[in-house]
Design a binder for this molecule. Structure first.
Ligand SMILES: Cc1cc2nc3c(=O)[nH]c(=O)nc-3n(C[C@H](O)[C@H](O)[C@H](O)COP(=O)(O)O)c2cc1C
Length: 241
């Protein structure tokens, strides 16, 4: 196992941080690593916003019910960005471009590229001995978040990445068996046995982990979540504003 794979396989989300801010060099290294991710058609359709405004951090921590956003050493916000690609276009060209930006392909391509950049940043932080957690809960701060960060149209905030010096080292969460994730040539729909076996493993993980023990398993949690009312908007492709 090489160093990169060791770092990847050592991953766990960190939600408790020591009160140590990241240095400007650490912040820059993490963003530069994010930038080196591949992107569809070389669009580089993402933006990273460093949130240092304490009142915004506090709001985000509260709204997303994730104190780590307020307590971390640095908070990055990853956005899909289809605004920058129009910067050098004429008004006429911009109007034509906007017509194409409405297609869901453009949306998913921007989100995918932002996700790759996000994970590059996450891994860079972990490789530097820092800890991190990705927080999708920042969506609870929409639509005000657009205003707080002065986001233009076609810039869509996706997730926060809270990074800092770990003040916890939780047990790793188990992953699905390979047989339920990796298929050759044809998808295998016979998943029940593998998922039930995984549920037993996750049940034992939740019962025995050091913090926040609970009686739960993987399927049970997901079924409860997706059969309830999620606080989500119906899916639309259009950008904000
Ligand atoms: C897109 C995305 C959104 C997430 N949102 C949250 C969140 O809002 N709050 C949180 O505590 N963790 C969040 N997480 C972290 C996951 O809960 C975590 O990765 C998952 O439970 C697996 O645990 P591990 O990262 O420790 O292996 C998010 C992760 C991803 C990839």
């Amino acid at each position: 196992m090489n160093e990169v794979i060791r770092t990847i396989c050592n991953h766990r989300s960190i939600r408790k941080f020591k009160n140590v801010p990241l240095t400007p060099e650490q912040v820059e290294t993490i963003v530069r690593a994010a930038q080196m991710a591949p992107s569809s058609a070389y669009l580089q359709p993402f933006a990273v916003i460093g949130v240092t405004d304490e009142s915004v951090k506090k709001q985000l921590a509260e709204r997303s019910r994730c104190p780590a956003l307020g307590d971390c050493g640095y908070l990055f916000l990853f956005c899909a960005d289809l605004y920058r690609i129009m910067a050098a276009a004429t008004d006429e060209e911009r109007e034509k471009m906007k017509a194409n930006l409405g297609f869901s392909y453009m949306h998913s391509t921007a989100v995918l590229s932002a996700a790759l950049a996000l994970q590059n940043a996450n891994l860079a932080a972990e490789s530097m001995g820092l800890g991190a957690v990705i927080v999708g809960g920042i969506n609870s701060a929409l639509p005000e978040l657009d205003e707080w960060l002065d986001l233009p149209e076609y810039v869509i905030p996706l997730v926060g990445l809270a990074v800092g010096t770990p003040d916890e080292w939780p047990e790793q969460k188990p992953r699905l068996p390979l047989s339920a994730v990796f298929f050759e040539n044809k998808y295998n729909r016979r998943l029940k046995d593998a998922v039930e076996q995984f549920d037993r493993e996750v049940e034992s993980y939740y019962e025995t982990r050091s913090d926040n023990k609970q009686k739960a398993n993987w399927s049970g949690k997901i079924i409860a979540m997706l059969t309830g009312d999620l606080p989500l908007e119906p899916y639309t492709v259009s950008a904000n504003a």
